[in-house]
Design a protein around this ligand. Structure first.
Ligand SMILES: *Cc1c(COP(=O)(O)O)cnc(C)c1O
Length: 403
C-alpha cells in the first residue's frame, strides 16, 4: 500500500460509536480501577488517546516502530539532544535550521556538547569529521534556504560503522516524499507545524524511530521533561495530514513551474530547487524519493520535489530583494512554510539575520536570496505576481542608474 492510502486507513474508526473522526480526549487524567490498574492511560503528559492516535499514524507514515508527538519541532529537537551527555560530539549539516542552530550553540554547547558543521552534500566530509566521540549526525535534505541535498544511504553507512546515530529532519520533504528510516537513518524528525498539519494553524513536532529501545528512551525524556502535543493540536494534525498527499502533489507541480519560470528569467541570477536538472543534488534527491513520487516522475517527467525554492537576483544587492518582496502582492511576506498560502522571505534580513555575512555567503545565502514556500494557489497567478514584481525591481534599478 502506498503512503497516500495508508494516511487514510491506518487509524480505526472509534470502536465505541463508529465516529470516523478520532475523538478529542480533552482530559488531563483517567480513572483507575485500582491503584496502578487502568485502561492504558493514567495522565495525559504520559499518554493521551488523541495524541497516541496521531503518533501511531506518524510512525506508520515514516515506517518506524514508534512515533512521539511534541509541542513544537524544537521541543522534538530538544528531546533528541537530551540523549547526549557532556563530552559528546555532534556533526551537523552546515546550513541547519536556525532554531536548531540556536539550541546547539547557545544551550547545548554550555552543557559540554560540541558541534561540528560540515557540508554533508559530500559524504566524504562526514567521514573526515567523525570521531569516536561522535554520537549523532544531524542531516536536513533538502536544507533551508539553499536546498542542498545529502545522500542519506551513504552517510548512514558511515554513522553505522562509527557507532553513531543518524537523524534526518524530514520537515521539507514530508512523509509522502522521503522515508529516511528505509534509507538507514535511526531517527526522523518533523516540524508538524509545516507540511504535516499543513494549514498554518498548529505548532507541533514529531519523532519516529526504528529501534523500540531508542523510542522508549526518547519517550522517557518527553515524559520527564513534559513537552507534549495537546489533544486539540493532535486532532488538528490528524485532520491536516489526511490531505497531505494531494497538497504535496499540487505544491510540487506548482513549485517546479515557478522554478522553471525563474530559471529562464533574465533578471534572476540563479535558482535553488532540487527538481531542476541543473541542481547539483537533483539525481540524489530523485533517488531518495518514495515509491509514489518516483511513479509521479515516471508518468509526468517531473513534479515531486516539494514546495520550497530559493533564488537570487543578477544584481545581487540586498535592497533589490527587499524591493522585490515589497512589490509582490499575492505571496505573503512571512517566515515559515508548508501552509496553504504561499509565503516568501529574505533570509539575510529575516531567518538568517543573526548569521555573520561572511558565514552566510559561504553557506550560499546570497545578499539578494529570496526563499519561497509555494502554496495551493494557481501556479499561473504566482508566476504573474513574481513577474510583475521583478519588472518593478528592474525599473527602479534602471532609474537609479540614470539618476
Ligand atoms: C520549522 C522547522 C523546525 C522547528 O519547528 P517548530 O515547529 O517551529 O518548532 C525544525 N526544522 C525545520 C527544518 C523547520 O523548518
Amino acid at each position: 500500500m502506498r503512503t497516500e492510502t495508508r494516511i487514510l486507513h491506518t487509524l480505526p474508526h472509534d470502536p465505541l460509536t463508529g465516529a470516523v473522526s478520532v475523538p478529542i480526549y480533552q482530559t488531563s487524567t483517567f480513572e483507575q480501577e485500582a491503584p496502578g490498574i487502568n485502561k492504558g492511560f493514567d495522565y495525559s503528559r504520559t499518554n493521551n488517546p488523541t495524541r497516541a492516535a496521531f503518533e501511531q499514524l506518524l510512525a506508520e507514515l515514516e515506517g518506524g516502530t514508534q512515533g512521539i508527538a511534541f509541542s513544537s519541532g524544537l521541543a522534538a529537537v530538544d528531546a533528541v539532544l537530551k540523549l547526549l551527555s557532556s563530552g559528546d560530539e555532534i556533526i551537523a549539516v552546515d546550513d541547519i535550521y536556525g532554531g536548531t542552530y540556536r539550541a546547539l550553540h547557545t544551550i547545548y554547547n554550555r552543557l559540554g556538547i560540541t558541534v561540528k558543521h560540515v557540508d554533508t552534500s559530500d559524504p566524504a566530509n562526514v567521514l573526515e569529521a567523525i570521531t569516536e566521540k561522535t554520537r549523532l549526525v544531524w542531516l536536513e535534505t533538502p536544507t533551508n534556504p539553499t536546498l542542498k541535498i545529502s545522500d542519506i544511504k551513504a552517510i548512514a553507512s558511515i554513522t553505522k560503522a562509527a557507532g553513531a546515530l543518524l537523524l534526518v529532519d524530514n520537515t521539507f520533504c514530508s512523509p509522502v516524499a522521503q522515508h529516511p528510516l528505509s534509507l538507514g537513518a535511526d531517527i526522523v524528525l518533523h516540524s508538524i507545524t509545516k507540511y504535516i498539519a499543513g494549514h498554518s494553524d498548529v505548532i507541533g513536532g514529531g519523532i519516529v524511530v526504528k529501534d523500540p529501545e531508542l523510542g522508549q528512551r526518547i519517550k522517557y525524556i518527553q515524559n520527564a521533561t513534559g513537552a507534549v502535543l495537546g489533544p486539540q493540536d493532535s486532532w488538528l494534525a490528524i485532520r491536516g495530514v489526511q490531505t497531505l498527499s494531494i497538497r504535496y502533489e499540487r505544491i510540487s507541480t506548482s513549485a517546479q513551474r515557478v522554478a522553471e519560470f525563474l530559471e529562464q528569467h533574465p533578471d534572476v541570477g540563479g535558482v535553488n530547487y532540487p527538481g531542476l536538472r541543473a541542481h547539483p543534488g537533483h539525481l540524489v534527491a530523485r533517488s531518495q524519493l518514495s515509491r509514489s513520487q518516483q511513479e509521479t516522475i515516471a508518468s509526468h517527467g517531473k513534479g515531486a520535489f516539494g514546495g520550497v525554492l530559493s533564488f537570487w537576483l543578477k544584481d545581487d544587492r540586498e535592497e533589490n530583494a527587499v524591493d522585490l518582496v515589497g512589490h509582490v502582492q499575492l505571496i505573503t511576506l512571512a517566515e515559515s512554510l508548508g501552509g496553504p498560502k504561499s509565503l516568501l522571505c529574505v533570509p539575510s534580513k529575516m531567518t538568517h539575520a543573526s548569521v555573520p555575512r561572511s558565514a552566510r555567503i559561504a553557506a550560499g545565502i546570497n545578499d539578494s536570496l529570496v526563499r519561497v514556500s509555494i502554496g495551493l494557489e494557481h501556479p499561473d497567478d504566482l508566476i504573474a505576481d513574481l513577474e510583475q514584481a521583478l519588472a518593478q525591481v528592474k525599473e527602479s534599478i534602471t532609474e537609479q542608474a540614470i539618476a
